[in-house]
Structures are given as structure tokens and as C-alpha cells.
Design a protein around this ligand. Structure first.
Ligand code: 13P
Ligand code: SF4
Length: 314
């Protein structure tokens, strides 16, 4: 079937079923263009919390759909491909994370939103890369903190806030791949280009970046900057929105170590396709379910995140 036909079918079904399509910035361009809303992880959670739709189709990875379901158990939440996981969520099994937290009693547990519901249920406050600094800053200076699972984001927040949070050793397969050497070569080739990096990148990339931030922060920086060229060190799907908003600016994807692979594509995010989105709306599956006991624990740290974010106007 042609792309146009998938889009027509999706549009008919979303109306019939009062469904909303939410998409992350790392989704393929066609999915971003058809979505009712495109955003970062925090915005997707906030959007899910306020929609009046009966059905939420979350075009992103599993933890994003799960977050929407945890917040809104009465809504039906679907993702186009149930195998769309996340290397950070995979790097942090709940039983091992629980042992880690038990080894350090008296610590507040902060978890990145890129975790399973079971890990969130072991957590005091959830954060995203948009609000992690403000949430850590909102805690008393002497508070002992465990931060998981992304060691690069945790290390970056430690540096920004002057804290010494204990870090879980997780990392993202996309953001760990960027090559310092190749970025430095690109900077020589494009001396006026600014380097924009997601805080999941390794420390040595963040140290040479002109701006470090979440996907929405990277997009806002490019929008507001008078500069015309940018090297972008995050998943390649983001380039679609950046180029759409700024047709007169040039966005150069940061190269991975291994230039024979498309390693700056998140293979989990890219599992979703227009065809799977159509099938998901038609067949009403794969559906996200969360065990109610786990959900009741997991909703508390997410709501705490949303409350603190609102105080900071995020
Ligand atoms: P954002 O919260 O910045 O959208 O990041 C989500 C993510 O998965 C980054 O790899
Ligand atoms: Fe997870 Fe990395 Fe994909 Fe983001 S880019 S969803 S952190 S695997």
C-alpha cells in the first residue's frame, strides 16, 4: 500500500475511535507529521495526563506508553510495536536495582523516566532530561541520592548541581556511540557550527558541546539561535523537526564511532512504522497493561515529578 493510503486509513480510524496519536521526536518523519502532538518524554507524559481522547496511541518506546497508562489507568494505551524497548530500561532490571537501593539505606531514589514501571515503583521521584537539574536542586543540599539508570546523565547532573549522587551504571546504545574524533573533525570542517548534545552522551562530548539539553531543549536552542549551522549529537529523528522549523539552517548529524552502521538511529524507536500504527489502531493492540499494585507505587514518583516540574514552569 502507498504511504498516502496508510495515512488516509489512520485518519479515518483515529476519528472513529476518538484516538489521539502522540509521538516522540525520535520517530520516523511520517509518524511525526501525522501525530496530534510531538514532544519530549516530559511533554508526552504531561499531554497524556490532560487528553480527553478514549484511546492513546503512543508512538515512542514502551516506557513512554507505560508512563501514560500509569497516569491514566482508565484509558486504553497502545504502542505500534510491543518490542520497542529502550537500552536504558533494559540496563536496569528491577530486582537488581532493588538490591542496589537496599545496599544504600537512607538515600532518596531518583529514576530517569527511561525505566520500567517496576523500577519506578522502587523510586521516590522520576525525572526526565528536561527537569532533572531542577528536581535535584529542589532537594535539601545534604540529601543522599541514588540516581539511575543513565550514568552519563547522572554524572552531568552531579556536575551541574555540585551533588555526589550514587549512579547506576546504565547507558543508551545510541548516545554512547558518538565519536569525539569525528565530531572534532566536523568542527574543523564547519568552524561556525554549534555542537548540540543530549545529556545521555558521554562526558567528553558534553564537555565540548555549546548546548546540552533534552530533545525539546535542543530544538528550542536551534530555533532561538542566530547561528545557521549545528552539529547534532542525539538520535537522528530529531533532525526532522529542526529542519522543518528552520528551513534556512543546516543540521549535521554527529557521526557514530562505526560509520558503517546507522548507530545514531535508535532501533527501538524506529521499530514503529506507519503500517504498524495503522494496524495498532485497527486491531487495538499491542495494548499496555500495568499490574495495579505496581502502578499504585509507580504513579507516586511520576506525580511528584509533574508537581515539581509545574512549580518550575516546565
Ligand atoms: P527526551 O526526554 O529528551 O525526549 O529524551 C528521551 C530519550 O529517550 C533520549 O534518548
Ligand atoms: Fe532509550 Fe536511547 Fe532509544 Fe532514547 S535513544 S529511547 S535512551 S535506547
Amino acid at each position: 500500500m502507498e504511504k498516502k493510503e496508510w495515512i488516509e486509513k489512520i485518519n479515518t480510524l483515529r476519528k472513529e475511535k476518538n484516538a489521539i496519536i502522540l509521538a516522540h521526536y525520535y520517530q520516523e518523519s511520517d509518524i511525526q507529521d501525522i501525530a496530534d502532538f510531538v514532544g519530549d518524554s516530559l511533554a508526552l507524559a504531561q499531554w497524556a495526563a490532560k487528553t480527553t481522547a478514549d484511546i492513546i496511541v503512543l508512538c515512542g518506546v514502551h516506557f513512554m506508553g507505560e508512563t501514560a497508562k500509569i497516569l491514566f489507568p482508565q484509558k486504553r494505551v497502545f504502542i505500534p510495536d510491543s518490542m520497542a524497548s529502550c537500552s536504558l530500561a533494559e540496563s536496569c532490571p528491577a530486582d537488581e536495582f532493588e538490591k542496589f537501593t537496599q545496599a544504600y539505606p537512607g538515600h532518596t531514589v531518583i529514576s530517569y523516566v527511561n525505566t520500567t514501571a517496576a523500577v519506578k515503583a522502587l523510586t521516590d521521584i522520576v525525572v526526565t532530561s528536561t527537569n532533572a537539574k531542577q528536581i535535584v536542586d529542589s532537594l535539601p543540599e545534604d540529601e543522599k541520592i541514588i540516581f539511575g539508570p543513565d550514568k552519563n546523565l547522572g554524572d552531568y547532573i552531579n556536575k551541574l548541581t555540585g551533588r555526589n549522587m550514587l549512579l547506576w551504571e546504565g547507558a543508551c546504545h545510541v548516545h554512547e556511540q558518538f565519536s569525539l574524533e569525528k565530531i572534532l573533525e566536523l568542527k574543523k570542517e564547519f568552524p561556525h557550527a554549534l555542537l548540540l548534545a543530549h545529556p545521555e552522551c558521554r562526558k567528553y562530548i558534553l564537555e565540548i558541546a555549546d548546548h546540552v539539553g533534552s530533545t525539546s531543549s535542543i530544538i528550542a536552542f536551534a530555533r532561538n539561535s542566530g547561528n545557521k549551522q549545528f552539529i547534532v549529537a542525539t538520535e537522528s529523528g530529531i533532525l526532522h523537526q529542526m529542519q522543518k522549523e528552520n528551513p534556512d539552517k543546516e543540521f549535521i548529524p554527529a557521526p557514530p564511532e562505526d560509520s558503517t552502521c546507522a548507530c545514531n538511529d535508535c532501533f527501538y524507536m524506529k521499530m514503529n512504522t506507519l503500517e504498524k500504527l495503522y494496524l495498532c489502531l485497527k486491531n487495538e493492540r499491542p495494548e499496555i497493561f500495568v499490574d495495579e499494585d505496581v502502578r499504585l507505587q509507580a504513579v507516586k514518583p511520576i506525580e511528584r515529578m509533574l508537581e515539581i516540574s509545574a512549580k518550575y514552569g516546565l
